[in-house]
Design a protein around this ligand. Structure first.
Ligand SMILES: C[S@@+](CC[C@H](N)C(=O)[O-])C[C@H]1O[C@@H](n2cnc3c(N)ncnc32)[C@H](O)[C@@H]1O
Length: 299
């Protein structure tokens, strides 16, 4: 029965951490649900039990119903006000992805990156779309990205920046930057991207020394997890009041919520999340998209 349920989900076509994180979160959240659905809700009518053909169809339709039902968790805990919370199943995530308007050039870059080592690091198309929309809502002219890799999120940002806009793209790895630059050229946005091949902290400090504090509208952080607090403090100096800093991987494959997981990266992200929660210099929204992103607006 469990196998039928799993087979009921369409395959996932993307491969990256954000996707697999969703899957991990989904699996850990859904396993007990599936077990209880199996026990409580999937009963096979006696009149079709004799036919394996009918049995298959019955299980499939029940499985589909169970899968759909499993996408919604209704908490019995009154502290949630009995609110229905959606759990992102692969089926539902595929639906969501089918409703993302991914530009052709980003699709090409994503597909080329998928063949490379580390492709799981790339943000997902729905995340990139949200980043681009935040840039547009802000009317941002000046942006910073910490952690470019092959350029998927930076290209999504550069594509929506005005012609006079600028994205400072911080990355320490020259090889992946080579691919990013190729796609900036193909997309005709190279003039908007100021590539900084260096350690991100050094670049951010240089920008401050160069008198650029409070002059940026938007920043996206997606690099070394243990450095998040340092990136954040420097970016808070560089971003103007009303500007936005988005931090990726704040749910860290769901590990942050598990008190038994205390490896250095998880602990570091958990501590960072706690410090942001208490930081009165920003308003915040933690969003369960990809591997979790926190949107901070400087007050
Ligand atoms: C998660 S990936 C970025 C993914 C990218 N945002 C995208 O959507 O494709 C993290 C990147 O940060 C870079 N990185 C890690 N530590 C860094 C540092 N200290 N300075 C600059 N880049 C760094 C890594 O080389 C890697 O390419």
């Amino acid at each position: 029965m469990l196998e039928e349920l799993s087979l009921g989900f369409p395959p996932i076509h993307l491969s990256n951490t954000n996707m697999s994180s969703n899957l991990l979160l989904f699996r850990s959240a859904i396993r007990p649900l599936i077990s209880s659905i199996k026990l409580q809700h999937i009963s096979i009518p006696t009149r079709v039990r004799a036919s394996s053909h009918h049995l298959g169809r019955c299980v499939s339709s029940n499985a589909a119903a169970a899968a759909a039902a499993a996408a919604v968790i209704v908490s019995k805990d009154e502290s949630y006000g009995n609110k229905q919370i959606i759990s992102l199943t692969p089926q539902l995530y595929n639906y969501l992805l089918a409703n993302v308007r991914e530009p052709e050039i980003l699709r090409k870059l994503r597909e080329e990156t998928a063949t490379m080592q580390g492709s799981q690091m790339q943000v997902s198309p729905d995340q990139a779309q949200l980043l681009a929309m935040l840039v547009q809502i802000l009317g941002a002219q000046r942006c910073i990205e910490v952690g470019v890799y092959t350029g998927y999120s930076s290209l999504a940002i550069a594509l929506v920046l005005p012609e006079t806009g600028c994205l400072v793209a911080c990355e320490r790895d020259g090889n992946s930057l080579g691919i990013a630059k190729k796609y900036y050229r193909q997309a005709g946005v190279s003039h908007k991207v100021d590539v900084r091949h260096a350690l991100a902290v050094d670049t951010l400090k240089d920008l401050i020394l160069n008198g650029e504090a409070c002059s940026y509208d938007f920043a996206f952080v997606d690099a070394e997890k243990k450095m998040y607090s340092e990136y954040y403090e420097l970016l808070l100096q560089l971003v103007r009041v009303g500007g936005v800093i988005v931090i990726d991987n704040v749910l860290w494959h769901g590990k942050v919520s598990d008190p038994l997981v205390n490896d250095p990266k998880t602990t570091s992200i958990r501590n960072f999340n706690r410090s942001i929660m208490e930081d009165k210099r920003v308003s915040i929204s933690m969003v369960p998209i990809g591997d979790g992103m926190t949107i901070c607006r400087k007050l």
